[in-house]
Ligand binder design. Structure first.
Ligand SMILES: *Cc1c(COP(=O)(O)O)cnc(C)c1O
Length: 382
């Protein structure tokens, strides 16, 4: 059977923010003239300064990607043993722990915020626990107050994966000011990007030299390598990209806010579909637009909707299915058992990230929503 193709060019979940090519060429000319391509050059230093300001954090260190930034954070905080984290995240979160020989201990999520459920954290703490690693998933802030209380009570560090939370805030306070360290990812699929890139934000000045040292092979100076570090450096060309993307960011956020409103208008009264809100965020990161599909009420499952959209050349994403706790590399852990993570396992079957970027047109949003609504009716009728 020939399937209708509403969109001749595929529509994807996101589209990277691209600066004007001519502006990028000017930047390249600057870099050529400097004869400096990496190792904390002018573009790098300027971007670090501007991001520190943009994210309203006291300290910020750039990295070549979010995963290496997270690895450096775990090492800089001397974490070992076990770290409590969420299964409802991208692979990089538990992988960073495992790569540091730390055992991820999965904790269920809150049904509404989809972030770590503070009620469930304490029972997972053992003498080997050294930290809590929360994820501000889709830009929804973790319950930072209660997580900090628990951490203080048990002498644990707190790290946040803020890969989705660029410029998110809680009661007007910028998201990078909670916990010991917050990681940001600047991958091309993220709202702000440097093609590949990342950063750590933190408040403790004592961490600054250690984190910078880890980023550069553990080198202290020309004749002293103090510890086992790695190459986590962002190069000049990517830093230049970041500087230009930063100029485009406010407009992109406005456009995404408008697209979000449109989606909400079309989908808010559809039985069996709920829109994932960034509960507790005083400012939205505008990273994703996510719905939850409740098949009994809607008449079709998330997977049905995903497939129908795909038949129309619309490529939504099931972020975050499968759960990290169900990956073959973690499924054997006692904390990964599905019966211990009922909310996360349920939610992972419901969520769908819809195409969300500033250049998405009104007619495209409306057509995507029509396809979704029709898929519920068609499947429900059979
Ligand atoms: C993108 C992402 C990362 C990893 O970032 P990279 O820059 O690709 O290494 C980590 N955690 C989450 C939740 C992400 O979405």
């Amino acid at each position: 059977m020939l399937k209708s193709r509403a969109f001749s060019d595929g529509i994807y979940v996101t589209q990277p923010l691209l600066p004007d090519l001519a502006e990028f060429q000017d930047k390249l000319a600057e870099i050529w003239a400097s004869k400096r391509l990496t190792n904390m050059g002018d573009q790098h230093e300027l971007l670090e300064e501007q991001l520190k300001e943009r994210l309203s954090v006291p300290y910020l260190v750039l990295f070549n990607n979010g995963t290496s930034a997270l690895l450096a954070a775990l090492q800089a905080l001397d974490l070992t043993g076990e770290v409590i984290t969420t299964p409802f995240t991208f692979a990089a979160t538990p992988h960073a722990l495992a790569l540091r020989q730390i055992k991820p201990v999965f904790c269920d999520i809150d049904e509404q915020t989809l972030t770590l459920d503070p009620e469930q954290i304490e029972q997972l703490i053992t003498p080997r626990t050294t930290a809590i690693l929360g994820v501000h998933v889709y830009g929804t802030p973790c319950d930072v107050i209660r997580i900090q209380e628990i951490a203080d009570r048990h002498g644990l560090k707190v790290i946040y994966d803020g890969a989705h939370a660029f410029q998110s805030a809680i009661n007007g306070q910028a998201i990078g000011n909670f916990g010991d360290v917050t990681m940001f990812s600047f991958h091309a699929t993220k709202l702000f990007h440097t093609v590949e890139g990342g950063a750590l934000a933190f408040r403790d000045p004592a961490l600054l030299s250690r984190i910078k040292q880890l980023r550069n092979f553990g080198i202290v100076h020309e004749e002293l390598v103090a510890e086992v570090g790695f190459n986590g450096k962002l190069n000049e060309i990517q830093a230049a990209m970041g500087l230009l993307v930063l100029d485009k960011l406010d407009l992109e956020r406005e456009r995404r806010a408008y697209i979000r409103k449109l989606y909400e208008e079309f989908l808010k009264n559809v039985p069996g579909i709920t829109i994932v809100e960034n509960i507790g965020a005083s400012m939205l990161s505008q990273q994703y637009f996510v719905i939850r599909i409740h098949p009994d009420e809607f008449g079709a499952s998330r997977d049905d909707v995903y497939c129908v959209l795909k038949d129309h050349n619309v490529h939504a994403r099931k972020y975050f299915y499968p759960l990290c706790s169900n990956f073959p590399c973690y499924a054997h852990l006692p904390s990964a058992a599905p019966q211990r993570l009922p909310v996360a396992n349920k939610v992972a079957e419901q969520v769908l990230s819809l195409p969300f970027y500033g250049d998405l047109r009104v007619d495209q949003v409306s057509e995507i929503c029509e396809i979704i609504i029709r898929s519920g009716r068609d499947c429900g009728a059979t």
